[in-house]
Design a protein around this ligand. Structure first.
Ligand SMILES: C[S@@+](CC[C@H](N)C(=O)[O-])C[C@H]1O[C@@H](n2cnc3c(N)ncnc32)[C@H](O)[C@@H]1O
Length: 378
């Protein structure tokens, strides 16, 4: 059956609003269409997201269809030649003005936000090369051993390799978090804000399924999804527990490593999730910064002497990154910064750092801030 991709995209856009994010509206509309080819579904999603990526440029156009056509034209011109878009215009239209007070709004970041996002997979340890060959249109990142850039059009969720748990869809910046945790087989870790378990599964793979991971979240339904994913990935060395983020912890265990992959404003995902640029508010940044400080304070006693504490957020604001680190340093004398020798990006190298800001333009992935501490031995 032939479907009118643009008409369906327009329907999704009409259903999208402050109470219904574009991805939720997309799922709702696509679920109702029978016989939708994966290629068409991808095209519909791309059209909806590029509409929001060019949102402010569409003010003068009337009606969703006209706006959408204009967004497609702007997008084609920009993808063919990024320089066709004057930087001043990007500064005025690509992100809300309040961002300038919260972070470094560089030309490189603004350009990266208008590019089409890349799809990254994480292969099981040691299998990326062979998996990339099987999937076609896939290449292994020269920077991270298990990260695969996928350029194909297949519905990956329907592939036998996905059902066999051979890979997860996981952004390259998220994979850096697991790599910097560097958990060892046999250790005991706590993934405090585990959600649906993207990082729990990665930590387990790095631990070769040996040792124990506690995975907690305040949303039980997310932990239920983690259970399903863990079954598929054949991850057996974890147990899940509800934790609301408060001072009452789910266990008295002292851990070799604790990861706080905290709730955040998500500014680092604005390329993939452009509608959020216009729904996120400066107050969100402030409130989430306070929550992040509390989460770190609450979990700090669970880290063994000599153990690691890792903080990560997929955002780029100072309040949710360096300010959180400064607060922790000022209030937790038992901890010292954990130093990572060298982290390589495509055009950047970070050496002897205990905190790192991964910009979307560094790796063609999400933006992410990561900081680490070690609990002093005495
Ligand atoms: C960035 S997401 C985690 C993503 C997950 N670690 C992954 O890699 O797939 C943050 C998680 O924190 C949880 N959360 C939000 N507020 C919380 C709180 N106050 N205490 C504990 N978890 C919280 C959310 O339910 C969400 O699952």
């Amino acid at each position: 059956m032939i479907h009118d991709v643009q008409a369906i995209a327009a329907e999704v856009i009409r259903k999208t609003g402050k109470d219904k994010p574009a991805d939720a509206a997309l799922r709702e509309v696509l679920k109702q269409i029978k016989d939708l080819a994966p290629f068409d579904a991808t095209e519909i999603a791309k059209t909806v997201f590029l509409y929001y990526r060019w949102h402010v440029w569409l003010r003068e156009e009337r009606g969703v269809e006209n706006k959408m056509r204009h967004a497609i034209r702007l997008n084609q011109r920009f993808q063919a030649n990024n320089a066709s878009m004057p930087i001043a215009e990007l500064r005025a239209n690509a992100v809300p003005a309040w961002t300038a007070a919260e972070m470094d709004v560089t030309d490189e970041w603004l350009l990266s936000l208008q590019r089409e996002p890349k799809l990254w997979l994480r292969a099981k340890r040691g299998t990326a090369e062979s998996l990339a060959k099987t999937l076609f249109a896939a290449e292994v990142s020269p920077l991270l051993p298990e990260a695969i850039l996928y350029r194909g059009e297949e519905d990956l969720f329907k592939t036998p390799e996905f059902h066999a748990g051979e890979f997860e869809i996981q952004d390259i910046a998220s994979q850096i978090v697991g790599q910097l945790c560097a958990p060892q087989p046999g250790e005991t870790w706590w993934d405090t804000c585990a959600g649906e378990g993207g990082k729990t599964l990665h930590i387990s793979d790095l631990m070769q399924n040996k040792g124990m991971i506690w995975a907690s979240d305040r949303a039980e339904w997310r932990l239920t999804k983690l259970k399903r994913r863990a079954g598929r990935a054949k991850v057996f060395n974890y147990r899940s527990a509800h934790w609301d983020g408060g001072a009452k912890l789910p266990t008295k265990t002292k851990f070799d490593g604790v990861l706080v992959d905290a709730p955040c404003s998500g500014i680092g995902t604005w390329q993939r999730n452009p509608q959020a640029r216009w729904t996120t508010e400066p107050n969100d940044v402030r409130e989430l910064s306070e929550i992040q400080k509390k989460l770190l304070t609450n979990v700090a006693p669970s880290v063994k002497p000599g153990g690691k504490l890792i903080f990560s957020v997929c955002t780029l604001s100072r309040a949710e990154s360096t300010e959180v680190v400064e607060n922790f340093n000022a209030t937790q004398p038992d901890f010292e910064p954990l130093i990572w020798d060298s982290i390589k990006f495509e055009e950047r190298k970070v050496e002897n750092a205990s905190q790192v800001m991964v910009w979307p333009q560094d790796l063609n992935g999400n933006g992410m801030f990561i900081a680490g501490w070690r609990r002093k031995k005495n």
